[in-house]
Design a protein around this ligand. Sequence first.
Ligand SMILES: O=C(CO)[C@H](O)[C@H](O)COP(=O)(O)O
Length: 235
Amino acid sequence: MKRSGGTDAEKRRAGERAAAAVSDGDVVGLGTGSTAAAAIRALGRRVDSGLDARAIPTSHQSRALAREAGIPLLTLEEATPDLAIDGADRIAIPDRDGSPVLIKGGGAAHTREKLVDSAAERFLVVADSTKLTDCLDSPVPVEVLPDAVPVVERRLSALGGDPTLRAAERKDGPVVTDNGNLVIDCAFGPVDDPDSLAADIAALPGVLDHGLFVGLADVVYVGTDDGVDVYRSGD
Ligand SMILES: O=C(CO)[C@H](O)[C@H](O)COP(=O)(O)O
């Protein structure tokens, strides 16, 4: 999937704002991608200055970055995250009460991200301003067991989708996830009922998880030219 391009400054502002929300003693779920990386680096600076925080990574990338930043690591067997900080590819903010809906998985890490983000007591999303949208119409990443690809592709088509196996950019063949599976990006056009689409995709045999995150995000920090816009679930 093509990665989008908000500015580094917007990502840094959003990441720093989320890292500032971590309190002494917290266990933090660490998301994947460039904006989550900005939050990890900012959290590392706070740990370096004496903050007592430990973290549970969602990918090889976030584990390596956290190690580099000097953040002590834990697993889900050892702790439950107090909060998780993670990026998103698309974010729809509801007009009325309700939680922002996200499409994630541009970095093929959405299965572990959903596991950690949903286990956390609070889920903080960090993003640059290009991620906000009124219409969720970008393809939904679906992590699939390698043997299940043809079956899942047929079933996604039956749900009205247009599935494409994600190709690797710097190797021949498909993208292989941290879990050893493949990713199908499935275009559905505008997603009007994310709840029901999420349930339909999750129910397909051979699917590990998909990138629709519904009812999970508590706060969204969006970096702008000169600050951070904050959206809270239910505001
Ligand atoms: O879902 C993700 C990885 O699976 C990322 O959080 C998402 O792709 C956003 O990445 P970035 O902050 O680099 O734009």
